[in-house]
Design a protein around this ligand. Structure first.
Ligand SMILES: Nc1nc2c(ncn2[C@@H]2O[C@H](COP(=O)(O)OP(=O)(O)OP(=O)(O)O)[C@@H](O)[C@H]2O)c(=O)[nH]1
Ligand SMILES: C[S@@+](CC[C@H](N)C(=O)[O-])C[C@H]1O[C@@H](n2cnc3c(N)ncnc32)[C@H](O)[C@@H]1O
Ligand code: SF4
Ligand code: SF4
Length: 371
């Protein structure tokens, strides 16, 4: 029996693309949204499927029982993704992150990487082309990804203790195989490597110090992410969030850490360096220290919807535009500019300051919109 789709991922009322209005440029002359934020970062979800069931993202009790994954025909093809990406790059995007779901589950992904690696900014620069993965297939795919033109990689790992990690991924996946994937990425020269650890108080917070010890001096940057209230299915509770300030105190009890300046405008992580020069760690504090103020990120979902916030309820249907009557590249760029120039999203900031949030509509899920 086909399970009922209880998660209305595809909001039937996708937003109609706005007519292009007056565009107020960013200080450097590029496209800006209503809060003056430029468009620099495009995150592309290439599949809504995943071989993990992380409790904070695709909880098993929901996703194994009640969820149908998107049919292949609904997914953007690599050619369509590349075309959309080219239009974004023409509008100011300098960084592209491939994500999902688990992006390495998408067949022949290296072909897409190769196409995206060909793109250049209007003034001829290479893009920052990267990918986020759970690491499960990385050991066998690292070389092909590197050969295709991927520059660097971020691997998610929520602990070093197998029992705790398996409690987080909920499919019994072992730590050693993710570490082997990280090692393979390093061996083929995919770098710098970052490791993302979502911290849930009471579940894996005792892994914070072992993880920090493990990666210190390895050249890998470990980043701790506060458990976020993204989507509607992860049963988020504030008492399971370990605020970054508290986490930092735990780290500082053992390590001599000094604040570092941001490496790029709009960076998600606050950087801290080991005083002895043995690397850095990052704190991503989306819950307790919102960073909407300089958020320059757009997201393209698996089936071609454009989202301007991770906590959005609706997206703009670019696939419809792409597959409709022959749309020109200029029209695609105009559509992106029209959406971005009307953007005013600042969900985390509003939540943190107790202001009213959009009510009554489902927020999209992380595995679909792309983390
Ligand atoms: N609230 C919020 N969280 C975000 C946003 N972007 C990223 N995150 C969170 O930060 C985590 C890390 O982001 P990454 O995918 O590694 O991207 P990044 O920080 O841009 O990566 P680098 O370019 O390597 O610094 C994500 O998994 C999310 O949990 C955002 O726009 N809003
Ligand atoms: C949605 S995953 C997609 C890529 C890949 N499957 C992975 O896990 O790396 C991207 C990132 O989002 C993070 N993430 C997912 N749900 C989250 C949540 N509720 N709070 C904070 N981060 C979350 C994951 O830890 C991961 O680093
Ligand atoms: S965080 Fe990544 S690995 Fe975990 S369920 Fe979500 S998409 Fe899969
Ligand atoms: S909550 Fe929305 S606007 Fe704020 S940083 Fe995240 S994606 Fe950007």
């Amino acid at each position: 029996m086909t399970p009922a789709r209880v998660i209305p991922l595809l909001d039937a009322r996708s937003r109609p693309l706005p007519a292009s209005g007056r565009q107020v440029p960013h200080a450097d002359g590029s496209l800006a949204d209503t809060l003056g934020r430029p468009l620099r970062d495009l995150r592309i979800s290439v599949t809504d499927r995943c071989n993990f069931r992380c409790s904070y993202c695709m909880p098993k009790q929901v996703f194994d029982k009640h969820y149908e994954f998107l049919p292949h025909a609904d997914l953007l093809s690599f050619e369509e993704i590349t075309r959309v990406a080219r239009a974004f790059v023409a509008q100011g995007v300098e960084k592209i992150r491939i994500t999902g779901g688990e992006p390495l589950l998408r067949r022949h992904l290296e072909r897409l990487i190769a196409q995206l690696a060909e793109l250049r900014t209007p003034d001829g620069r290479l893009l920052d082309l990267t990918l986020t993965t759970n690491g499960s297939l990385l050991a066998r795919k690292a070389q092909a990804l590197k050969d295709a033109g991927l520059q660097r990689i971020t691997v998610s790992l929520d602990g070093l203790d197998d029992a705790i990690f398996q409690r987080m991924n909920d499919v019994g996946f072992p730590v050693a195989d993710v570490l082997a994937g990280i090692e393979a990425a390093r061996a083929v020269g995919l770098g710098p490597i970052k490791v993302n650890m979502v911290v849930k108080r009471g579940t894996n917070d005792h892994e914070v110090l072992p993880m920090a010890r493990h990666f210190k001096g390895t050249g890998v940057t470990l980043r701790f992410i506060e458990f976020m209230d993204v989507g509607e299915t992860n049963d988020w509770r504030m008492d399971e969030v370990l605020p970054s300030r508290e986490l930092l105190q735990r780290l500082q009890a053992e390590f001599d850490l000094q604040p570092l300046s941001a490496s790029a405008p709009g960076e998600t992580a606050e950087r801290w360096g080991h005083a002895d020069g043995s690397g850095e760690i990052g704190l991503i504090s989306s819950v307790t220290q919102a960073f909407c103020g300089d958020c320059n990120r757009a997201r393209l979902s698996t089936e071609g919807r454009l989202y301007t916030c991770l906590f959005a309820t609706q997206g703009w249907d670019l696939r419809h535009l792409l597959r409709g009557s022959a749309v020109s590249d200029a029209a695609l760029q105009d559509a992106i500019a029209a959406v971005w120039s009307q953007r005013g999203d600042r969900y985390s900031q509003l939540r943190a300051s107790g202001q009213a949030l959009p009510q009554g509509e489902r927020r999209v899920e992380m595995h679909y919109i792309g983390g």
